[in-house]
Ligand binder design. Sequence first.
Ligand code: NDP
Ligand code: GUE
Length: 342
Amino acid sequence: MASSVFFTHSHCYSSKPSSLVFRQVGVGPTSLRFSSSHVASVAAMAMDSSAKVIDGKSVAKQIRDEITAEVSRMRESIGVIPGLAVILVGDRKDSATYVRNKKKACESVGINSLEANLPEDSTEEEVLNYIAGYNDDPSVHGILVQLPLPSHMNEQNILNAVRIEKDVDGFHPLNIGRLAMRGREPLFVPCTPKGCIELLHRYNASIKGKRAVVIGRSNIVGMPAALLLQREDATVSIVHSRTSNPEEIIRQADIIIAAVGQANMVRGSWIKPGAVIIDVGINPVEDPNSPRGYKLVGDVCYEEAIRIASAVTPVPGGVGPTTIAMLLQNTLISAKRVHHFE
Ligand SMILES: NC(=O)C1=CN([C@@H]2O[C@H](COP(=O)(O)OP(=O)(O)OC[C@H]3O[C@@H](n4cnc5c(N)ncnc54)[C@H](OP(=O)(O)O)[C@@H]3O)[C@@H](O)[C@H]2O)C=CC1
Ligand SMILES: Nc1nc(=O)c2c([nH]1)NC[C@@H]1CN(c3ccc(C(=O)N[C@@H](CCC(=O)O)C(=O)O)cc3)C=[N+]21
């Protein structure tokens, strides 16, 4: 059943399930809360239901097919199989699910996957030892340390330890630094923001000269997404938890990338008619109709957005699958680079 039929308008008020907290979500400033006067403006704008659903799942499938072909061409010509090592510390359910999905995705394209599952109470040194081992292992072309790490570990020390040539997450400060500089090229671009741009390209959304607003400024999504949009010649604004007039800024955007972690925060009345929306948020909300007792929703109220925007990514099935496809792509890029394979 189509989600627009299934969910009622009030769905956008859904609360986080108390029993299942994937991440700590802070309370946003009052200026970001929904005010009743917006109901009217949403209704007034709710006339165009022709918005496109940006199908991240099928884009991811296309990319995986392209990678599968390249991986086998490489194996047949030079006998090299790309390898990805994933380090998971602790037993967070959501992290375990993502790591499992990454492993499955590797298998589906013929990339070797290695996995290190370390207990929650491991020391930083133990994690660093694993990284050192993978840094020196020529069969490993990419290393990913699943975040978040347990709080007793220094994330910065750990991410700095990954060899820049194997930093398929693109989180090493040298890669991020190059991403921020004109005329410099990072060895890897972070997967989630890269996937957002890939979705815009594959749906022919023009970026050059457009006004883009990124909501969120984290090191892993918001900040690199803003840098990438800027590299594509968009005029970029960044909205964060201390922004005083977020709705006003967001309403000017031709392109919105939302990476906040607040279920349904962006309402229809905040969206410029015809805007393209990339919703990165993955937020669990209570859903008695689901066998799991919860469902995932984005940072954007999808049912409202789909009526006003020209294109929107759904959650699930939008940015998430594309992120994993970009990880595979980065691993292939790494293996090709080290073996000088064109
Ligand atoms: N689909 C995918 O592949 C991925 C999805 N995600 C999802 O994306 C979302 C964001 O992840 P991540 O970037 O890691 O999250 P973080 O919590 O690290 O960052 C959230 C950002 O949002 C800002 N923010 C928080 N509340 C508000 C608010 N009310 N108004 C405006 N800005 C706000 C914060 O501002 P400030 O800096 O001021 O604190 C911060 O910059 C999450 O739902 C996560 O699950 C994440 C990675 C990959
Ligand atoms: N070093 C590191 N690199 C990351 O890239 C990284 C990370 N740590 N930590 C956590 C976040 C989150 N993330 C997601 C990837 C895929 C989906 C995904 O495929 N989601 C499915 C839904 C999956 C489900 O149903 O549970 C979808 O949106 O359709 C979600 C989230 C990568 N992250």
